[in-house]
Structures are given as C-alpha cells and as structure tokens.
Design a protein around this ligand. Structure first.
Ligand code: HEC
Length: 159
C-alpha cells in the first residue's frame, strides 16, 4: 500500500514537473500564432517540406495513373473534381496553385490551414481542417500529375 502511495506521488511530481517545463515552449507557439510571418516563398508556394522550387518535369502519364490510385483511396472521401464537397473541388487546382503549394498542402495540411492565408480562408469556407493522409512526397507528386492530367485533358484516370 505504501509503495502504491509512493508511486502515485512520484507520478504527480513528474506530471507537475513536465507541465512547468513546457511553459516556455507554449509561449513561443502562442507568440508565433499571433504574428504568423511567412516568407515570400511560403506565401506563393506554401508551408511545408518543400522549401524551394521543384521541377517535377513534364506530365508523366504513368505517374498520373499511380496518382489516380492514391487519390481514389485517400482523397475521394472529401474531394470531387468539379464541385465542392467536404473540401474544395480540385479539378482545376493545378491551374490556380503552384505544384509546390499543392504538395505542401498534401504533406502539411494542418499548418497550411492554420498559418497560411489561403488555408485560413478555405477553413472559413469549409469549416474542416484537412487531416494528413500519410502520403509521401513521391506520392504527392504522383497526385499532382493525376490532377494536371485531368486539368489538361478533362479525362479522369480513375474511370
Ligand atoms: C477529411 C477530408 C479531407 C481529406 C481526406 C482530404 N482533404 Fe484536402 N481538403 C479538405 C478541406 C476541408 C480543405 C479546405 C480546408 C483546409 O484548408 O483544410 C482541403 C483542401 C485541400 C487543398 C487546397 C485546395 C486549394 O484550393 O488550394 C488541396 C490541394 C487538397 N485539399 C488536396 C487533397 C488531396 C490530394 C487529398 C488526398 C491525399 C486530400 N486533400 C484529402 C478536406 C480533405
């Protein structure tokens, strides 16, 4: 019984201790949220793992087919090509946003929604934060090709 009390006490102490330690971190985060300063690159191409222009080359149909498969499994729950659904239509997104922006959105949707003006505006409209879909950068590029193919030909490679 005594030992249980001691373990409990230790637990309480470590929780309190951990709480104090985080104070400083939390403050920094709060300050950043109040003044979200984005670089020129981030404004144009999004916030995330892609931090410089990315030359993904010409549209590659094989890559687009792989993208169609991933899109079908990870994105159709919320996106349609030509109409709003849980999220915005994405059939013409490659015409409106840069490849880097789209890839950052796919790989880092929460920060894109919370800190980027485009994401913040979309959130106001759609009232949902897109969750990260566990997609790799390679797969995000494949999805971009699938969307490019649709925007250029009007053909949906999932059909
Ligand atoms: C649970 C629903 C959900 C899923 C699943 C989802 N999204 Fe989203 N997506 C959203 C919502 C809601 C928004 C807009 C609000 C926001 O910014 O989070 C959005 C925004 C986007 C945008 C930005 C559009 C623009 O106009 O800039 C892109 C691109 C996008 N999603 C692509 C994808 C891709 C690709 C997948 C699959 C890997 C995916 N989404 C999966 C809900 C979802």
């Amino acid at each position: 019984m005594q030992q249980v009390t001691r373990i409990l006490l230790l637990l309480i102490i470590s929780v309190v201790y951990a709480g104090c330690g985080n104070g400083e971190e939390r403050e920094t985060e709060a300050t950043r949220d109040e003044a979200p300063e984005l670089t020129e690159f981030e404004l144009e191409h999004g916030i995330g793992p892609v931090t410089e222009r990315l030359d993904i080359g010409d549209l590659d149909v094989e890559r687009a087919r792989r993208g169609a498969d991933i899109f079908d499994r990870r994105c159709t729950a919320c996106h349609r090509m030509d109409r709003r659904f849980v999220g915005p239509p994405v059939g013409d997104v490659t015409e409106v946003r840069s490849h880097e922006f789209i890839i950052n959105f796919i790989l880092n949707p929460e920060e894109m929604t919370n800190r980027h003006p485009v994401g913040q505006e979309l959130l106001q409209d759609y009232m949902t934060i897109m969750p990260y879909q566990n997609v790799s950068k390679e797969q995000a590029i494949e999805i971009v090709d699938f969307l490019r193919y649709y925007a250029e030909t009007g053909e949906d490679l999932r059909d």
